[in-house]
Write a protein that binds this ligand. Sequence first.
Ligand code: ZN
Length: 323
Amino acid sequence: MTIGVSDEHKLMSNGDIDVTVSEVGPRDGLQSVKRTMPTALKIRWITALAEAGLREIEVGSFVPPKLLPQMADAEDVVRAAVKIPNLNVIALVPNLKGAERALASGVHTITMPVSASREHSMANIRMTPEQAVEQVRQVRQLCDRQPAGKRPRLDVGLSTAFGCSIQGDVPEDFVFELARKVVDGGADSVGLSDTAGYANPAQVKRIFKRLRSEIGSKAGAAHFHNTRGQGLANLVAALEAGVTTFDASQAGLGGCPYAPGATGNIVTEDLVFMLESMGLRTGVDLERLLAARSLILEGLPGEPLYGYLQEVGLPKGFRYANA
Ligand code: ZN
C-alpha cells in the first residue's frame, strides 16, 4: 500500500519506513498533567519509546518554568535524550529566549507554534500571529549563527489551523497566508495542528492538499487531538492528502480537559496498529511500545491512560507491514 508516501519522505527516513510517528507525550501529554513526572522517569520513558522504534520524540518545552513547572527540567531531558541512538530529539520553543535554552542543550529539532487564530494567539502568547512569525525569523537567524553541525532543524506547527475554541472559525486563506510567511521566515517545514479537536476528515484532506500546493515540500506534519473522537479519521484523510509525519502521544496522556474520558492526542499505540495493519511501515514494535506504558504510571501513579489496543491486544493473524 502506498497511500501518500512520497519518494522524498523515503529518502529522509532511510527508506525503511513509510510513515513517521512522532511521539509528543513527553511534551504535549505531560504539560497537560498538573503533577510533574520526575526527570529520571521521563528519561527512562523516552528511552523505552525510542527502543520500541519511535524515531522522533518531542521531549519537552522551553517555556518559562513558572508557566509550566512540568517542563522546568527540559534542559536535562534534552541532554539525556540526544545520547539515545537514532532518535530525532525535538523540543517546543515559543520564542527567542526559549530557543537560546534549547540550543544550549543540543536539541536536534526546534518546533515553534504559530497560531492561525488571532484571538488564540493573543490569549496564549500575547502576540499577534505576525509577531509570532517574527519570532520564527529571529530563531532562524539564531540557528544559522551556530557552527555547522550544531544547527537544529526548525519546524513550525500552525495551531488552531482547523478552528479555535476562542475565535470559532479560522479562515482557511489566512492559514495559507501564514504558512507562506513562516516559510519566508526560514522554517524547514510547516505542519498543521488541530489544537482544539475541531477538524473533520473532509476539511483535513482539503487543507493539507492545498498546503502542499502552496508550500510544496515544506508541507509538514499533522497534529490531531481526539477531543471529539475524530482523530484517526482525520489522520487517514491527511494520509490521503500526502502527509507522512503524524504526532501522537502514548496512552493519549493528558486526556482532554473539556471531555472526561477522551484522550488528548491520538493514542500512539492505536495509531501504530492502524498504520501497520494498512501496510504502512512505522518501524515500531507494538509489544515494546505497550510495555512502555508502565513507566508513565511509575512516574505518575494513578494517571488515567487511554487506548484500545492495550485493552484487547493484537488481533489473531496480525502481521506487521514489513512481514
Ligand atoms: Zn497538541
